[in-house]
Design a protein around this ligand. Structure first.
Ligand code: UDP
Length: 234
């Protein structure tokens, strides 16, 4: 499908219109940001890895009954996806304590949960993506009660599928962020699943193989992304 004018440029992706209003092309950049845009940098090759990894995982999820926006990989950085109306919620699933959970609640990083947690942040850069609950999401009219139920149920199913997939590659899925969209009255998985949006730890050493290496200036960021690519085999 023909790529037309740019619609939007975000922190890590550009989005282009196509001749069909139901489809857009996403183009992944090497730009990296953290702490709500305060920290900026480049992770060489990240755009390619995130694009290929998201497509690889979205196709795996589709095979297992999860509806996603994935349509067709165009090349290593660009993918044709369904044009959804994004639900302005960041849906975070956690299996192991880390990041903001550990900081806010005083729980040591690495503490394994008996059951996964699902939380929502309101996707709003001006407010710094604040943590909200279901009632707040309803009050703000971000989604309907039925949509919230569907989003939570899909997020937990996706977690089970991804956890099983990653552990086969000797990677622990610590936590991750999902975004959902509306497409012809259906909730489908959108955005990306990549080392930018997941915490991925080596199964044996707990070595971090994700964007925390960039956030925390740990070095070898590119190496970590490349390692994930190698282990997943895409
Ligand atoms: N995350 C994300 N985008 C955001 C915030 C979080 O992709 O804007 C991901 C993050 O990479 C991690 C998970 O969601 O895998 C949980 O992040 P957390 O709430 O611990 O926040 P952080 O420590 O990243 O600020």
């Amino acid at each position: 499908m023909k790529q037309m004018e740019q619609m939007y440029e975000g922190k890590a992706k550009k989005v282009y219109r196509t001749e069909d209003k139901d489809y857009v092309i996403v183009s992944y950049k090497d730009d990296a940001t953290a702490f709500n845009g305060l920290k900026k940098g480049t992770i060489l090759g990240k755009g390619e890895i995130n694009n290929l990894m998201s497509n690889h995982l979205f196709q795996y999820l589709e095979k297992n009954g999860i509806k996603t926006h994935f349509e067709k990989e165009i090349n290593s950085r660009n993918t044709l996806v369904k044009a959804v109306e994004i639900v302005p919620l960041e849906v975070i699933v956690r299996n192991i304590a880390a990041g903001s959970f550990s900081k806010r609640l005083g729980v040591e990083e690495g503490t394994v949960f008996e059951n996964p947690t699902v939380e929502f942040s309101y996707k709003n850069d001006n407010l710094g993506d604040p943590l909200i609950n279901d009632d707040f999401a309803l009050a703000l009219k971000l989604a309907t009660r039925e949509e919230i139920k569907e989003i939570k149920s899909m997020a937990l199913k996706i977690n089970e599928l991804l956890k099983a997939y990653f552990i086969e590659c000797n990677i622990k899925l610590v936590d991750f962020k999902l975004e959902f969209g509306r497409f012809h009255n259906q909730i489908i998985l959108a955005d990306e699943i990549s080392p930018d949006t997941c915490r991925l730890w080596d199964k044996y050493t707990n070595e971090k193989l994700d964007k925390d290496r960039f956030r925390r200036d740990m070095g070898n960021v590119e190496g970590a992304y490349a390692e994930v690519r190698k282990r997943l085999g895409f």
